[in-house]
Design a protein around this ligand. Structure first.
Ligand code: NAD
Length: 507
């Protein structure tokens, strides 16, 4: 449903430390998903507008790269304080455009904040390595230097956290940054740009440009952009990786997922049920680490889970974020709702047992909202589309495996490799699973094993294209390049002209 256009707020870009109106004449709809109406228009930048943002970031780079790491960290400390003091405003911006509950918005923003806190220690991480006297009078050291202009392209599902996986690390390392957030919920990233300015970040170091494919393609092909971080779906991520690397850029593209939770017969089923409630239905299943498949080893765990889960789903409070009691909000927009409901239809057609159907749910007072109720299928098989595809909604599939080996093989055969979990009391099984499963992030009795900011986040297989996971130590490596200096001073040993390589240590 579209509002009278006079009531629609026009959003902007943020370039060179100030808000800039879009001039392409193109706009994307931003919904309030709980109401199902368009409330804002995000400008969709033209190639020229993106090039202008890159120019601004390029001009800001030399001075920022030459700023001491300690001073750059000080900006991060200030930014951290500002996020904390503005947490309610950030959560309101996230929830009003994404639909998730305010507590969930605050929780995910806090996970982004942890990356900012990690970036506050950048001086320690850029220290480098030094070897004295590698040959007579010769010293050698390695250092990591900033790349230049870096770009970030982010998805709708975490408008605060996912950008914060990227730009705090990039900026702390001495780079400048152009962020192209999701056009579906851009207000929070725009507000973060204002906070960075208030934190003392020089103008032009961080820029936000709203847009779609035209903006992304410009970032991917402009020679001045050195590195691209992407988080989003696999189809787009693979395109980003291939196009960006063909233009000689570093690219990390974190992509889609289908995360399995293996439930062994010895698992604590109360713990499993709690875990499934949060991991499958939190944020309406719109998380790349959501659990969307439970693999029951034997029939017993599946039967017990359904018995415990169904009453919980029947009393789950689905509604708008403005209702304090809401546990699960809407999905992002009417297209997403239609796509998810279509998948539920396919599951029925393909022969899965529909235990709870979330289609057609009506929320009183939010009748046009993009709500999908919590859905569970049992007896799902690996050729069904509800098993193979990422649905990105509150739809859980239960697959019954005859053995642990069959469950493990199923996960290893799936195209995605983002996250997984095993629930068991048996240490041997958990250890074997952690070792042999072909997945980047593994939980043992932990349903959503998102690594802390001082580790790095990243999947395997078609969940990540590129050589680096994101944030943590991998973030420092991604956003810097290695330089090694070998130095001899005139007082060192003089050996005349040397025409041949010599064995290690001799120069
Ligand atoms: P998306 O791929 O549609 O969009 C991501 C970004 O790509 C957006 O900024 C969008 O504007 C841009 N984009 C869209 N179409 C494009 C095109 N044709 N050419 C160039 N750029 C384009 O993803 P989404 O729907 O916003 O987010 C959901 C997806 O993100 C899910 O697949 C989810 O699993 C994934 N995700 C992955 C992670 C992870 O860490 N692996 C984290 C969060 C979300």
């Amino acid at each position: 449903m579209t509002r009278d256009s006079t009531n629609i707020q026009k959003l902007h870009h943020f370039v060179g430390g100030r808000k800039i109106d879009g001039n392409s004449g193109r706009f994307g709809d931003v919904f309030n998903p709980a109401l199902g109406i368009v409330t804002k228009h995000a400008p969709l930048a033209s190639k020229e507008e993106v090039e202008q943002a890159i120019s601004v970031a390029q001009e800001a780079f030399p001075a920022w790269a030459a700023t001491s790491a300690g001073r750059r960290a000080q900006v991060m400390f200030n930014f951290r304080d500002l996020i904390r003091s503005n947490m309610d405003r950030i959560a309101e911006l996230v929830s009003s455009e994404h639909g998730k509950t305010l507590d969930d918005a605050k929780g995910s923003t806090t996970r982004g904040l942890e990356v900012v806190e990690f970036a506050c220690g950048i001086s320690q991480m850029l220290k480098g390595e030094y070897s004295a006297n590698v040959a007579g009078g010769v010293d050698s050291w390695s250092t990591r230097q900033a790349l230049g202009v870096c770009a970030g392209i982010t998805p709708f599902n975490f408008p605060a956290m996912v950008p914060m996986w990227m730009f705090p690390m990039a900026i702390a390392c001495g780079n400048t940054f152009v962020l192209k957030p999701s056009e579906r919920d851009p207000s929070c990233p725009l507000f973060l740009a204002e906070l960075l300015k208030e934190a003392g970040l020089p103008d032009g170091v961080f820029n936000v440009i709203n847009g779609d494919k035209e903006a992304v393609d410009t970032l991917l092909t402009d020679d001045r952009v050195q590195a691209v971080s992407f988080v989003g779906s696999t189809t787009i991520g693979e395109y980003i990786y291939r196009t960006g690397t063909a233009s000689n850029k570093r690219v990390q593209a974190l992509c889609g997922a289908k995360n399995h939770m293996v439930v062994m017969p010895d698992a604590d089923m109360d713990q499993v049920t709690d875990a499934v409630m949060g991991a499958a239905y939190g944020s309406a299943g719109e998380r790349c680490m959501a659990i969307s498949v439970v693999v029951s080893v034997g029939d017993e765990p599946a039967d017990a889970l359904i018995e415990k889960l169904v009453p919980r789903l029947d009393s789950l409070k689905v509604g708008p974020y403005t209702e304090g009691a809401t546990e699960m909000g809407p999905v992002i927009n009417p297209d997403a709702k239609a796509k998810i409901e279509n998948y539920i239809g396919q599951g029925v057609e393909q022969g899965a047992t529909l235990v709870r159907d979330g289609r057609g749910i009506v929320v009183e007072g939010s009748e046009n909202g993009c709500f999908v109720g919590a859905t569970v299928f049992d007896n799902v098989t690996t050729e069904m589309s509800i098993y193979t595809d990422e649905i990105f909604g509150p739809v859980l599939s239960i697959v019954r495996a005859e053995s642990y080996e069959e469950a493990l093989q199923m996960i290893n055969d799936h195209e995605y490799g983002n996250g997984t979990a095993i629930f068991t009391r048996d240490g041997d099984t958990a250890r074997d699973f952690s070792d042999r499963v072909q997945i980047g992030m593994v939980g043992v009795n932990v349903p959503i094993p998102v690594p802390m900011a001082f580790h790095s986040f990243g999947g395997w297989k078609r969940s990540l294209f590129g050589d680096h996971a994101i944030h943590g130590p991998e973030g420092v490596r991604f956003y810097t390049k290695l330089k090694t200096v070998t130095a001899r001073w005139p007082s060192g040993i003089k050996e005349g002209a040397v025409f041949n390589f010599k064995a290690g240590g001799e120069h």
